[in-house]
Design a protein around this ligand. Structure first.
Ligand code: AMP
Ligand code: MG
Length: 524
């Protein structure tokens, strides 16, 4: 039943209760003039909260952190992390607070957290605050990702605080309320492991298993099982990023969840012209987190998770009577096998997604019998994978907009090739590829061109949050307090697969010069 008052948030705070030593109690800062800028009505309903109440008087105070819903037990979580490859043994929520957990209408436990609510014991030199622009950006991109079907944390609300935050210049401050399957990060495990705190590490790992892989609870070998599950979820997630042209921008181990949700929207961006080297983040000077590097980085991060979990695995084998050195050797080999399996798992997800985007039946007609798109994909790409690779090479060579290229391929499936051709300069190269693709399509029996086009339009968005549109919307909100452009862009990205003429401007790429100069900044 939806709650009728702000008081009725049925929090259950397992993280605060069960994981002593991995958080510190902390209250949000009071702010002078709260104002609600964004309220996520569908998400509020999903959580069993009453959107009308949240939108009413009191909602702004609540989402700015001035009035806590009863039952909230605000804590700052501690974690460690590899940032751009270098290890920091203690990071933690420098400007975030976990209020507690709600079990949503579908029975899923969801974290409710503030971001930008003031200093915490883990703020280091930071002010603990956030500006309106980056918080609206996180809300917008999260909703876009969700609408694209990509697992993600989401914003329930963004409230302006009425006080400035000081960056290169004073900016209006804001607090974002984040909803997440959990805030367990690879870095959370690294924190406990780096302190050699086996008891705490075990509590944490068992907590993660109970929360995300409950079928593994109490089983022998469950920590290896957890590692394998996290790897599976990340393989699926990163493949979805790649097929959407999404660049996270800061894939540090503290920004990688064990839940498999995308988290921490800082300098992320969607690619326009296809380029595997694309990188937008102003702080990523070496291109460590470039588009094409994301699967490799995910694997690297998973190896760090494996290292963190290894002491628990060894401890269990020794407790079961094993020799410590032999146990360690065997477990390292097993964990290595899990990590080594990641590229093929990722590739299987990527290829499955590409087949949908190409409008093909989901199995490769020429691949070996019994294949599930599994391990052999890494060594022998197969004809469908080559078709996809050659398509991407074509997009790259001709600097074609990634989103429009795929989308207009659906028009070509329906018999209208002109919109697609308009994106290319070297038409014979396109024509040659189209002939191969059409020949491949004809192998899928029982499929009309119209059906294929409709299927492709469900796999290839018409709208992504294009960088120039995002900037325009944030600028209007920040500089003029005008939320109109933000609201329109939000409406556009919330139905990305529908071609609605009123939103046509949002489907257009930015002028090339704008994209070339585009830089994103960490949301600090
Ligand atoms: P990020 O890479 O944005 O996920 O942030 C890395 C670390 O910096 C995290 O521990 C954040 O909590 C912390 N941090 C970012 N911005 C601030 C801020 N304004 N004040 C305090 N800590 C911050
Ligand atoms: Mg982070």
């Amino acid at each position: 039943m939806p709650s009728t008052s702000l008081a009725a948030w049925p929090f259950d705070n397992t993280y605060a209760r069960e994981l002593a030593g991995l958080h510190a109690p902390c209250q949000p800062s009071r702010v002078p003039a709260p104002r609600l800028l964004f309220l996520n009505l569908p998400l509020a309903t999903e959580l069993g909260l009453d959107p009308a109440t949240l939108a009413g008087p009191g909602g702004a105070d609540l989402f700015a952190g001035n009035v806590l819903p009863p039952g909230a037990e605000p804590i700052a979580q501690v974690y460690a992390g590899h940032q751009f490859g270098g290890f920091s043994p203690q990071l933690g929520d420098g400007r975030a607070l976990l209020l507690g957990e709600l079990v949503d209408r579908a029975g899923r436990r969801r974290d409710i957290a503030f971001k930008g609510s003031g200093r915490t014991p883990f703020s280091r030199g930071g002010d603990g605050k956030a500006a309106v622009g980056p918080m609206l950006r996180e809300a917008l991109i999260g909703e876009a990702m969700h609408a694209l079907g990509i697992p993600t944390t989401r914003a329930l609300a963004v409230a302006a605080t009425g006080e400035p935050v000081y960056r290169e210049r004073p900016l209006p401050g804001a607090v974002l309320t984040r909803v997440a399957a959990s805030h367990l990060r690879v870095g959370t495990f690294q924190f406990a492991a780096a302190r050699g705190d086996g008891a705490r590490l075990r509590l944490l790992a068992d907590y993660a298993i109970a929360r995300h892989d409950s079928d593994l609870v109490g089983t022998p070998g469950r920590y290896m099982g957890l590692l394998a599950r996290v790897a599976q979820r990340q393989a699926a997630l990163v493949a979805q990023w790649m097929n959407a042209g999404f660049i996270h921008g800061v894939m540090n181990t503290d920004n990688m969840t064990v839940s498999g949700e995308t988290i921490d929207y800082g300098p992320c961006a969607f690619m326009e012209a296809f380029d595997p080297q694309a990188v937008f983040s102003s702080i990523d000077r070496q291109g460590r987190y470039a588009y094409g590097n994301q699967p490799g980085i995910a694997r690297w991060n998973l190896a760090r998770l494996a290292e963190a979990l290894l002491p628990l695995m060894v401890e269990d084998e020794v407790a079961a009577g094993g020799d410590e050195d032999a146990a360690a050797e065997g477990l390292v080999a097993q964990a290595t096998a899990v990590i080594d399996a990641f590229p093929a798992q990722y590739e299987a997800h990527l290829r499955q997604g590409q087949r949908a985007k190409l409008g093909l039946a989901l199995t490769d007609p020429d691949a070996g019998a019994g294949t599930d798109g599994g391990t052999e994909a890494a060594t022998d790409p197969g004809p469908d994978a080559s078709l996809a690779d050659d398509w991407l090479a074509l997009l790259h060579a001709q600097r074609v907009d990634f989103t429009l290229g795929w989308r207009r391929l659906a028009d070509a499936a329906a018999g209208d090739e002109a919109p697609l051709r308009a994106l290319f300069t070297d038409l014979p190269a396109l024509q040659g590829w189209l002939a191969r693709w059409q020949a491949r399509c004809s192998l899928d029996s029982g499929d009309t061109p119209g059906e294929r086009a409709r299927r492709m339009r469900r796999a290839n968005p018409w709208i992504i949050p294009r960088n120039h549109q995002v900037e325009l919307a944030l600028e209007a909100a920040m500089e003029e307090g005008d939320l109109g452009p933000f609201d329109r862009l939000l409406a556009a990205v919330r139905a990305p697969f529908e071609e609605r003429p009123a939103f046509a401007a949002y489907a257009e790429p930015a002028p090339a010069a704008v994209t070339a100069a585009y830089r994103t900044f960490c949301g600090t």
